[in-house]
Ligand binder design. Sequence first.
Ligand code: HEC
Length: 183
Amino acid sequence: MSSQTTDKSVVTTLVVLISALVLLAAVLFMVAALMGVVGNIAPDDGSRKQAAVLERIKPVAQVSFTVPKPAASTELKLSGQEVYNKVCAACHAAGVMGAPKVGAKDQWESRFAQGLDTLVKHSVTGIRAMPPKGGGSSLTEANLKDAVVYMLGETGIKTDAAPPPTATAPAPAAPAAAPAPSN
Ligand code: HEC
């Protein structure tokens, strides 16, 4: 290989290299321009970083000046099922202390014979081992009625406005009188 040929090939290599670099620069410029258009990325003046820091160090708790809703109105929104699960199920799911068990139709039929209104009334005032409102003192009468209707429904007793069947025997364990005198 003569030195002239070597020079020539060096020049060719340089030219190829330089044009490749120019091409690369052009491509990079185009990509950068494209990203600027597509992403519309604002130059980071530190404001995003600052926002992130503020987010990280913001107080854990915040004082709210909105007036809390009275408990009664939230109780009102409970469905019969929710009231049952919250309060009544404690006794009526398993039949604690002789509570009529949900699902046991024979235990409920005689009680239902008293009429839904009476059942609701007894739920409000309590009856024998059953505490007033089942212990859920913030419950409204409507809550209790919904819960009674729910329990009856789960037991297979329809309550929709139908008057209680008069043919059924009166409740054995539910005279309106006070508990039998012990001695
Ligand atoms: C601490 C246990 C307990 C809880 C909680 C409880 N009950 Fe009772 N419940 C009883 C017992 C015990 C009886 C049976 C009382 C009896 O006739 O001697 C009863 C009876 C009833 C009766 C039948 C009343 C009647 O006149 O025959 C209804 C209706 C009733 N409960 C509704 C409810 C509702 C609604 C709730 C939930 C809001 C509830 N109970 C929560 C224990 C409970």
